[in-house]
Design a protein around this ligand. Sequence first.
Ligand SMILES: [Zn+2]
Length: 98
Amino acid sequence: MRIATELMSQAEHRAAAIRVELDELELRKAGLVAERERCEAMAGRLRSFQVRAGAVYHCPRCWIEEESRSQMALKAGGGWGDHLVCELCALEVKLAES
Ligand SMILES: [Zn+2]
């Protein structure tokens, strides 16, 4: 009967290890589902992004990631020449050359 007891003990340990692994997989799955939903929401916001309203430029990153219409300020000079800088997240965008 000693072999039967050892087999039972091994099976119990294996079952416990599988429970831990399944819990980790559930957490990973929940994280992936949340990330997928965030990406899908970002894609939806991309379609509604307005580059500017009148003379005010909006930050694409703030809109797409946070749905926030942050303003961008014109900065002159620097290595990029004239460019826009987001007043909230500091994203820098080079102005298109005409
Ligand atoms: Zn921004």
